[in-house]
Design a protein around this ligand. Structure first.
Ligand code: URA
Length: 245
């Protein structure tokens, strides 16, 4: 709800001061009744007229850019015909209809973006932009140098070799190894298939960053809006990639 003189000014009819004069002169009506100076209205519901002419309000489109720490067990979808839990169930308090940017498998955790800005979503997902994605991957049982080299140089999945990836061994324990893998493509189940292609079993897969965006301390199941500097950074990353084409 906003003061009526403010709404009239926002709609571009006249200045706020002029609108106050019109109100005092009885020329402004709210749902058919003359209004007073302090009266408020909801531009989405109420009808305001000036001299009998309806004032139209352009809905301000507010884009949202959200980061979720997706837990395992949630499907990346707006709804699921099998009635499984979907990621949008976790976006409590978000009133805009936001969509996931790309997808994570049901059993993959970590950074998933949502937005209602279609251009932004397309830019991030478009293969030509090569936005990097980093994963923390727990594999079993162990990894040898040949497997490491193959993962980083590229392996054939679905009949096509993957682009070079950056692979770092973060931890080595009995029966399991934690890797950090950064890829620049976004093929279907890419990391799992890459690991399977070299004979590794993926025990856990978590996306920790998308371009310059980092999951940080965001807890599983929690979401937050991107900060202005994060939005600037990801936009810059996309633009730079575009310039290189
Ligand atoms: N690679 C996978 O295998 N799964 C994901 O969810 C994301 C990347």
């Amino acid at each position: 709800m906003d003061r009526i003189q403010k709404l009239i000014a926002q709609a571009g009819i006249c200045s706020r001061r002029k609108a106050e004069e019109y109100i005092k002169e009885g020329r402004v009506k709210l749902n058919g009744r003359p209004v007073g100076l302090g009266d408020k209205a909801d531009p989405n519901k109420d009808i305001i007229t000036v001299d009998g002419e309806r004032v139209y309000f352009q809905k301000k489109k507010s884009f949202r850019y959200i980061m979720l720490n997706k837990p395992r067990g949630y499907v990346t979808s707006m709804s699921d015909e099998l009635d499984r839990r979907v990621v949008t169930d976790l976006l409590e308090g978000v009133n805009e209809r936001v969509y996931p940017v790309g997808r994570l498998d049901r059993n993959t955790e970590g950074l998933l973006l949502f937005t209602n800005d279609g251009n932004f979503a397309n830019d991030i997902m478009h293969p030509s932009r090569h936005v990097s994605k980093t994963y923390r991957v727990t594999v079993r049982p162990d990894i040898n140098d040949e497997q490491l080299v193959a993962l980083s140089e590229g392996v054939v999945i679905d009949g096509k070799k993957t682009a070079p990836a950056t692979v770092i061994v973060l931890e080595k324990q009995q029966g399991r190894v934690v890797l950090q893998i950064t890829i620049h493509e976004g093929r279907n189940r890419q990391v799992r298939k890459m690991c399977e292609a070299v004979g590794l079993e993926v025990a856990r897969l978590k996306r920790t960053s998308v371009g310059p965006l980092k999951l940080g301390m965001l807890q599983p199941g929690d979401w937050r809006d991107l900060k202005p500097d994060e939005l600037r950074a990801i936009r810059t990353a996309i633009t730079k990639k575009q310039d290189k084409q």
